[in-house]
Structures are given as C-alpha cells and as structure tokens.
Design a protein around this ligand. Structure first.
Ligand SMILES: CCCCCCCCC/C=C/C(=O)SCCNC(=O)CCNC(=O)[C@H](O)C(C)(C)COP(=O)(O)OP(=O)(O)OC[C@H]1O[C@@H](n2cnc3c(N)ncnc32)[C@H](O)[C@@H]1OP(=O)(O)O
Ligand SMILES: NC(=O)C1=CN([C@@H]2O[C@H](COP(=O)(O)OP(=O)(O)OC[C@H]3O[C@@H](n4cnc5c(N)ncnc54)[C@H](OP(=O)(O)O)[C@@H]3O)[C@@H](O)[C@H]2O)C=CC1
Length: 256
C-alpha cells in the first residue's frame, strides 16, 4: 500500500498485536514509518512477535489485559512517558468461542462481553482522556466481526460487536469537533491464528461459503485499517467497513 509517508513517526497502539490480524496491522504500520506499541496478555507471545517485527521499525510491547482498567492506565502512562503522545489506536484485541445461546454459562457470556465490548470501551475512553481529547487529534479503528445478519452460534460476540459498531457511531459524533475520528473494520473469515482455535469440523470447507471462494488474509484486514487511519480517509468517520469477500450479502455462513 503506498501511503506517501503518511505514518512517518506516528505513534500507533495495536492491542492484541502479538498474533494474527493485530500482528499484520503492526507490521504494516511499521513498514510505513510508524512507531508501534503492541499489547496482549501473554508475554511470551509478545516477545516472539517483537523479534519478528523489529527489523521493520521501532516496536515495543506492554502486557495489558483490556478488561483491566488499571493495566490500561499503566499502558497509557507508559506511552505518555515514552512518546508524549498517541496518534492512532487500533482496538484489535478480542475473541470468543462458539456456543449455542442455550448452552452459554453466565461466566461464558460475561467474559465475552467483557473482552469485546467493555474492554474496547475502557481502552478507548482511557486513550481519549489521556491523549486524543487534549491533543485535539486522534484516530481510532475498532476491529469487530461480520455481524450483518446477526451471529448465530456466537450470539455473545454478535451482541458485543454490535455494541462496538454503535459505540463507533456515537463517539464519532461526540468527538468530531475535537479532531478525533473513529471507524470500525468488520472482518469476515480470515485465515489467521485466531481461526486455528476453532474446531476443525466448523472451519473445514468454510471458504466455499464466501462469495469470492477464499478466506481473507490478515493483510487484507490490515490494509483496510491503514486506509481508515490514513489521510485518504480524512472525511470518513463513524463508518464500519466490511472486509468479508461479500459474505454478509449472500447465503448461509454457518450450519448450526
Ligand atoms: C458457529 C460459528 C463458527 C464459526 C467459525 C469461524 C468463525 C470466524 C469468525 C471469528 C473468528 C475470530 O474471532 S478468531 C479470534 C479468536 N481468538 C480469541 O478468541 C482470543 C481471545 N479469546 C479468549 O481469550 C477466550 O475465548 C475468552 C473466553 C473470551 C476469554 O478467556 P478467559 O481466560 O477470560 O476465560 P475463561 O476463564 O477461560 O472462561 C470464561 C468462561 O467462558 C467459558 N468458555 C471459555 N471457552 C469456552 C469454550 N470453548 N466453550 C464453552 N465455554 C467456554 C468458560 O467455561 C468459562 O465459563 P464457566 O465454565 O461457566 O466459568
Ligand atoms: N480471524 C477471523 O476470522 C476473525 C477475527 N476477528 C477478530 O479480529 C481480532 C484479531 O483476531 P485474530 O488475529 O484472528 O485472532 P488471535 O487470537 O490471533 O488474536 C487475538 C489477539 O487478541 C489478544 N487478546 C484477546 N483477548 C485479550 C484481552 N482480554 N486483553 C488483551 N489482549 C487480548 C490476544 O493476545 P493474548 O493471547 O496475548 O492476550 C491475541 O493477540 C479479534 O478481535 C477477533 O475476534 C473478527 C472476525 C473474524
């Protein structure tokens, strides 16, 4: 992607940047001149990611569970101390497990809502209060999921991601006059480390359910994120961009 040095020396935070989609987002930003902080819960995973990323540019990691407000504030303090500002936040950390609604335990439901809705809000609010509102400048991209027709088989995450989709619209307006843009990217089925967590029988042959007859790549998602964070998208805010090979528009996605 040619971005004419749009991200040169920009400070970018990618949550969940230690694997899969977040790793590709971090790599693309580094390749385009940004300085990147990646986060996650698993230190070993983050260290391995840093080893692979460091040739591409200046990258560091911080352990941060997005469900823990104290850890988020520590992360903000780290960025403030190291760089004095933050330009771009990518809320990529998240995930869930497949389960019919009738089988979900209270804890199962709550952990997925916390992971994908509450965690994204805590992170966004803290970074806005610490950096963006004061700077009168900031760019936020939320990674959600293909929730266009609901998400049967993963109703917890469908509800959480719909919450983030709507939060994206609300904050785009609340913060528009403060120079802050916020958009979302909704990936369809992406060939990534995340997909490997699903039972084989659920993902076998799944590419055939995608109109373009293939799964997306982590770079496909990263390209959409960089576009939304770039000056090419300066008049776009409160929008959700689907990166799903047309899947939301056609046929059954999952057989229950
Ligand atoms: C149909 C569509 C196909 C579709 C197949 C294709 C879909 C592709 C689309 C999407 C792909 C992706 O998003 S890929 C991204 C995948 N990556 C991730 O999911 C990473 C992050 N995920 C996680 O960390 C976990 O999944 C999550 C549960 C959210 C948080 O973990 P925690 O350690 O906090 O939680 P735990 O303590 O382990 O568990 C909390 C409760 O959740 C329950 N729980 C946890 N895993 C469970 C499981 N596999 N099955 C049932 N219940 C589970 C536990 O039993 C606990 O409830 P009790 O027992 O009652 O206490
Ligand atoms: N792959 C796909 O087809 C799709 C993926 N998505 C979403 O895209 C995002 C990236 O997924 P993908 O790369 O595929 O999967 P991964 O499982 O590889 O990535 C998820 C990342 O999020 C981090 N993470 C998860 N929960 C937390 C938490 N509570 N606090 C901090 N970090 C957390 C993980 O790091 P750690 O383990 O170190 O905490 C991990 O690096 C996720 O939100 C996912 O749900 C959406 C639609 C489709």
């Amino acid at each position: 992607m040619i971005l004419q040095d749009s991200f040169q020396d920009q400070i970018v935070l990618v949550t969940g940047g230690g694997s899969g989609i977040g790793f590709s987002i971090a790599k693309q930003f580094l390749t385009n001149g940004a300085k990147v902080v990646i986060t996650g819960r698993n230190e070993e995973k983050l260290q391995k990611a840093i080893e692979k990323l460091q040739d591409a540019g200046e990258v560091t990691y911080q352990i941060c569970d997005i469900r823990e407000q104290e850890q988020i504030q520590q992360l903000a303090d780290y960025i403030k101390e190291k760089y004095g500002r933050l330009d771009i936040l990518v809320n990529n950390a998240g995930g869930q497990f497949p389960s019919l609604a009738k089988d979900l335990s209270f804890n199962g439901w709550t952990s997925v809502i916390n992971n994908n809705l509450n965690g994204t809000f805590y992170m966004t609010q803290t970074m806005a209060n610490t950096f963006f509102l004061e700077q009168k400048k900031g760019n936020i991209v939320n990674i959600i999921a293909n929730i266009f027709k609901g998400f049967p088989g993963m109703s917890h995450t469908g509800a959480a991601r719909a919450g983030v989709d709507n939060l994206t619209k609300s904050l785009a307006i609340e913060w528009a006059r403060q120079g802050i843009k916020i958009n979302a990217v909704a990936p369809g089925i992406i060939q990534s480390t995340g997909l490997e967590r699903y039972p084989k029988e659920l993902v076998e042959g799944i590419a055939k359910t995608v109109p373009v007859n293939e799964l997306g790549s982590t770079d496909d998602v990263a390209h959409a994120v960089l576009f939304l964070a770039s000056p090419y998208a300066k008049f776009i805010t409160g929008e959700t961009l689907y990166v799903d090979g047309g899947q939301r528009l056609w046929g059954d996605v999952f057989t229950l």
